[in-house]
Ligand binder design. Structure first.
Ligand SMILES: NC(=O)c1ccc[n+]([C@@H]2O[C@H](COP(=O)([O-])OP(=O)(O)OC[C@H]3O[C@@H](n4cnc5c(N)ncnc54)[C@H](O)[C@@H]3O)[C@@H](O)[C@H]2O)c1
Length: 261
């Protein structure tokens, strides 16, 4: 059984979506929680719901991140999850969009990892879970900056795992496929596009924030004590599939998912 009784867990981007779902799993497992998110997010409300400490910050602010971790003290686990995903074609991606994406999704994740790792390394104990993506591996039109940022996270993961393992600090990642959150709400409004997308997913559907949250909590927990440097796909089999799995011959698309006839 996964337990975080007596442990302190911090979650960036913890105010909503996958981060908040992860925070709820940690909360149920007994953790004392710190939610980190932008001041303009539903941070206060989400923290209140879980009896968590709210830390309003922008993950791009390295000094604020370091100050937050020094103030919190001994953190046992950190879910590095804050991210954005605005889209634009390659030739129309502005310098501003490119820099903002890399600053938040990649540099912000690195600053969080760096700030958390400092104390964990000293204490010879800790667990870090990064939210990467299936887009860390494959391409998707319109998401060049996002894909570059998520691919970069695997470099951070592998390097940090190499350095920190000797100090008892585990570093892993989850790689979600399409998960129904605020970030992906526009996709879910296009049923025809979803139908084609989900043809390639053996499970025939997208995922829920809770399904990613459970994987984050597992990797962060002692139940994963020998899992280190791993990137766990949470994608319903999407990355295992080369061709369409679902055809009209075997299935039908209802309520945003393929089901057997
Ligand atoms: N939803 C998906 O399909 C999906 C798939 C793969 C990976 N992911 C990743 O999961 C993570 C969470 O995404 P989500 O779908 O829950 O989105 P979301 O928009 O619901 O949550 C993201 C959170 O990050 C916070 N955030 C954004 N910029 C920030 C900043 N500069 N500083 C601090 N906090 C900031 C937001 O305020 C928000 O609370 C992201 O890293 C995203 O790339 C999502």
């Amino acid at each position: 059984m996964i337990t975080f009784a007596g442990k302190i867990v911090a979650v960036t981007g913890g105010a909503q979506g996958i981060g908040f779902a992860a925070a709820k799993v940690f909360h149920r497992a007994g953790a004392r929680l710190i939610l980190m998110d932008l001041a303009e997010s539903p941070l206060e409300e989400s923290a209140r719901e879980l009896g968590a400490q709210a830390v309003a910050l922008d993950v791009r602010d390295r000094s604020a991140m370091q100050a937050a971790f020094r103030q919190i003290g001994a953190v046992d686990a950190v879910a590095i999850n804050a991210g954005i995903a605005p889209s634009a074609p390659v030739v129309e991606t502005s310098e501003e969009l490119w820099r903002r994406m890399l600053d938040i999704n990649l540099s912000g994740a690195f600053f969080t990892l760096q700030a958390a790792a400092e104390g964990m390394k000293e204490r010879r104990s800790g667990s870090i879970v990064i939210t990467a993506s299936t887009n860390s591996y494959d391409g998707e039109a319109g998401l060049v900056a996002y894909n570059a940022s998520k691919a970069g996270l695997l470099g951070v993961l592998h390097t940090a795992a190499n350095e920190l393992g000797a100090y008892g600090v585990r570093v892993n990642a989850v790689c979600p496929g399409l998960i129904h959150t605020r970030l992906t709400a526009p996709y879910y409004e296009k049923t025809d596009a979803l139908k084609e997308y989900f043809r390639h997913i053996p499970m025939g559907r997208g995922g829920s924030p809770e399904e990613v949250a459970n994987a984050i909590a597992f990797l962060a927990s002692d139940a994963a004590s020998f899992v280190h440097g791993a990137a766990l796909l949470v994608d319903g089999g999407q990355m295992a599939s080369k061709y369409s799995v679902w055809t009209e011959e075997i299935g039908e698309f209802r309520n945003n998912r393929w089901q057997l006839k």
